[in-house]
Design a protein around this ligand. Structure first.
Ligand code: SAM
Length: 284
């Protein structure tokens, strides 16, 4: 009879402060047959610090598909494997998705070992609503693509969470100010759990000014948490909706234009219908 399959553990490691490695994570990293790390050299520092001698192999973005086959074979042969990334929770803007997906498909037990994640640490300390949030990972590097993504998020009412690069933080804050409005509240959470931990909440405009003036704020690791858009008043036709309705009236009869504008804006259809009739009659 063949061995029962091993378990695949998804183990969170610290995002800066080594004290954040859980006791359970430590025990699992010590007892598994193999650790699949994003960068073995990077993780060796953590493993040495805790005296963990488990064999470690590389499973990163560029070899993940090919490694998945090998790791699945080891799991089927009965080996238990722990996946770790450079910092925080694997799979959260880090490799591991393909392996977990395939392990599930092959009936291998996947066991999460939760711990640090920059996303939740920032969100929990931001002082912005947490009942609904949308994790957006990293924004595109190129400005046009970045603004396009931000445009799509403009009306999102849930709190937004972004991972940011120190080289791009100023550009992103400025772009967000342009697209979301300079007064929108945001929190810059930098170097969490480390010596220079900084958590600052202000308007996008003030944060951009502060980051521009204090170059230290353009260093290290950053999470940006941005307040969601204020919920729309369904009775209020703002300038943008008025313009949308105006354009739609050039192509559609009044009823359809009002219905389409209602769908786009969230404003009540009957309000828009009444306004559309006024516009058609030439009332401004
Ligand atoms: N898997 C990790 C997690 O669970 O947080 C995230 C990996 S992602 C490749 C790395 C990004 O996470 C950084 O660029 C930064 O945006 C954020 N990050 C990681 N550690 C951080 C820290 N100590 N303080 C603030 N942001 C951090």
């Amino acid at each position: 009879m063949s061995n029962p399959a091993g378990n695949l553990y998804i183990v969170a490691t610290p995002i800066g402060n080594l004290g954040d490695l859980s006791q359970r994570a430590l025990e699992i990293l010590q007892s598994v047959d193999l650790i699949a790390a994003e960068d073995t050299r990077h993780s060796q520092k953590l493993l040495s610090h805790f005296g963990i001698k488990t064999h470690c192999i590389a499973n990163h973005e560029h070899n993940e598909r090919e490694m998945t086959e090998k790791l699945l074979q080891r799991l089927r042969d009965g080996a238990s494997i722990a996946v770790i990334s450079d910092a925080g929770t694997p799979l959260i803007s880090d490799p591991g998705y393909h392996l977990v997906n395939q392990a599930q498909a092959h009936n291998i037990r996947v066991i999460p070992v939760p711990g640090a994640s920059a996303l939740l640490a920032a969100l929990a300390a931001a002082g912005l609503p947490t009942d609904r949030f949308s994790f957006e990972g990293f924004l595109p590097n190129k400005q046009a693509a970045r603004r396009k993504v931000l445009q799509q998020l403009r009306s999102q009412t849930a709190t937004l969470v972004f991972y940011e690069s120190p080289h791009r933080i100023l550009d992103s804050l400025r772009d967000m100010g342009e697209v979301f409005g300079r007064e929108r509240e945001a929190v810059l959470a930098r170097e969490l759990t480390k010596t220079f931990e900084t958590i600052k909440r202000d308007s996008l405009e003030n944060l951009a000014r502060w980051v521009e003036q204090d170059k230290d704020q353009q260093r290290g690791e950053i999470v940006l948490v941005v307040a969601g858009a204020a919920p729309r008043d369904p009775d209020l036709i703002d300038a943008e909706t008025e313009q949308t309705l105006n354009v739609l009236l050039n192509y559609l009869p009044v009823k359809q234009a009002a219905a389409a504008a209602a769908e786009i804006s969230g404003v009540k259809k009957n309000k828009l219908y009444a306004r559309a009739v006024e516009m058609k009659e030439g009332k401004v």
